[in-house]
Ligand binder design. Structure first.
Ligand code: ZN
Length: 435
């Protein structure tokens, strides 16, 4: 091959190489800069400072008010050690109206770097020739924070003046339950002052080309069942054993599990998201190989989907019936009291989001999210919560090795965020509507 042909081929190749095409795109650059900041568990709090500084720089650049409020930290630790609430604000033309909250989180789950491909470690945000950007947080959920910032940047550049105030929160510990972040924050006067009318919160990434918006989240109930019985030599057959009682309870609970699984397997319209799940997760007890134990225990994880005929009262009755019949004790490990559903019928915010989907020529459907997010704390305050991850056609690799998103999909998601924010922030006041 002569040299001119080689050069021509190189030019053609570089033109069609996604990664090279986006190499100098400032939107991609900003996203990758944020991804390079390691805020991974365990102990992301010791690493928050660079992340908070990056957010601060963005807020200055875009023209948003920056507020950092430490919620609690251990006295011997430097600031940012423990909980904080961080939010950026764009005041609306009528600040008395209910505001728009976009809620995201800065922490990302732990990495086992040895399991990541060597040419793209988790905190280098390497973009390959296809435009795939690899990093912990590329999906969950630095893409949402960076994407929302880009949407606000676009709206500012357009000269948009929101009627309602817009807040963007970047919380510290969603991945470990939000106990030092969103949970205390929603109960603080600071949150009350934000006067939130609707929360656009976290959602799973979309594997296909339909934007799935979560309107409900399952409630987590975790409990431990302890059975007491006669302790005896293992060569005997006493009537009243811990094993017998525990077996009865386990059988009943796993029978319910089988019924849910049958529903998923036989009804093509039902997925795991549409049923209550229950799993036996740990068991223990006993003193030795030749002793019938006087105590055995098992713990369960239950994710409850509220339905008309299946509310917390029904679940309590179901569990209490088994406990009484089996003669065992139940101790709570975790018990969410939030029903986790935002109704869409007659909800003006939902209507605005649906209108944005029409304007974007985008198919949008509601769904139940299978995991728990910080959005549950906001929903517990009676605020409508809609989980929106505006990026499509992306493999569900959150929490997995080699987490990635493609630059094309990242860029395509930003106008969706922009349109949704524009619509909800423009929703006029209506005295007849109870927001
Ligand atoms: Zn997340």
């Amino acid at each position: 091959m002569d040299s001119i042909a080689t050069i021509t081929l190189l030019i053609i190749a570089s033109h069609f190489c996604g990664g090279i095409q986006f190499q100098d795109d400032p939107v991609i650059e900003r996203f990758r800069d944020y991804l390079k900041i390691d805020t991974a568990h365990p102990n992301p709090a010791s690493k928050y400072l660079p992340g908070i500084e990056w957010i601060n720089n963005q807020s200055v650049d875009i023209g948003l008010d920056f507020t950092l409020h430490t919620l609690q930290f251990l006295p011997e630790q430097p600031p940012y050690h423990d909980g904080y609430a961080l939010w950026l604000t764009w005041p609306g033309r009528n600040p008395a109206l209910k505001s728009i909250l976009i809620n995201t989180h800065m922490d990302v789950v732990a990495v086992d770097e040895s399991k990541w491909d060597q040419d793209h470690p988790p905190f280098e945000a390497v973009m390959d020739a296809n435009g795939d950007i690899y990093a912990r947080g590329a999906i969950d959920m630095k893409s949402a924070t960076a994407g929302a910032l880009e949407a606000l940047r676009i709206l500012k550049a357009e000269g948009f003046e929101p009627l309602r105030t817009i807040h963007l929160t970047i919380m510290p510990d969603e991945e470990v339950g939000g106990h030092h972040g969103m949970e205390p924050f929603v109960n603080s006067e600071h949150f009350e002052r934000l006067n939130v009318g609707v929360d656009i919160d976290e959602c799973e990434i979309n594997a296909g080309n339909v934007l799935l918006i979560s309107t409900a989240e399952k409630a987590i109930w975790q409990f431990n069942i302890t059975a007491n019985g006669t302790a005896a030599h293992a060569s005997t057959l006493p009537e009243d054993t811990a094993a017998g009682k525990l077996q009865f309870a386990i059988n009943k609970l796993l029978q319910y599990r089988t019924e849910q699984l049958d529903e998923v397997n036989t009804n093509p319209n039902v997925t795991v998201a549409d049923v209550t799940t229950i799993n036996l997760v740990q068991m223990g007890g006993g003193l030795g190989d030749n002793i019938i134990p006087d105590l055995l225990w098992a713990s369960f994880d239950m994710r409850i989907l509220i339905k008309p005929d299946w509310n917390f009262g029904h679940v309590d009755n179901f569990l209490n019936g088994i406990i009484a019949e089996a003669g065992v004790d139940l101790k709570w490990i975790q018990r969410s009291e939030h029903d986790g559903v935002t109704p869409t019928d007659g909800n003006v915010w939902w209507d605005e989001i649906m209108r944005a989907c029409d304007q974007l020529n985008l198919t949008c459907n509601s769904q139940v999210i299978s995991g728990a997010t910080d959005g549950r704390y906001v929903r517990s305050k009676g605020i409508p919560v809609f989980g929106i991850h505006p990026f499509l056609n992306t493999e569900k690799r959150a929490h997995q090795h080699n987490e990635k998103i493609n630059a094309v999909e990242y860029l395509a998601g930003i106008p969706r965020f922009t349109q949704i924010i524009r619509n909800v922030a423009s929703l006029p006041e209506d005295e007849n509507i109870d927001y």
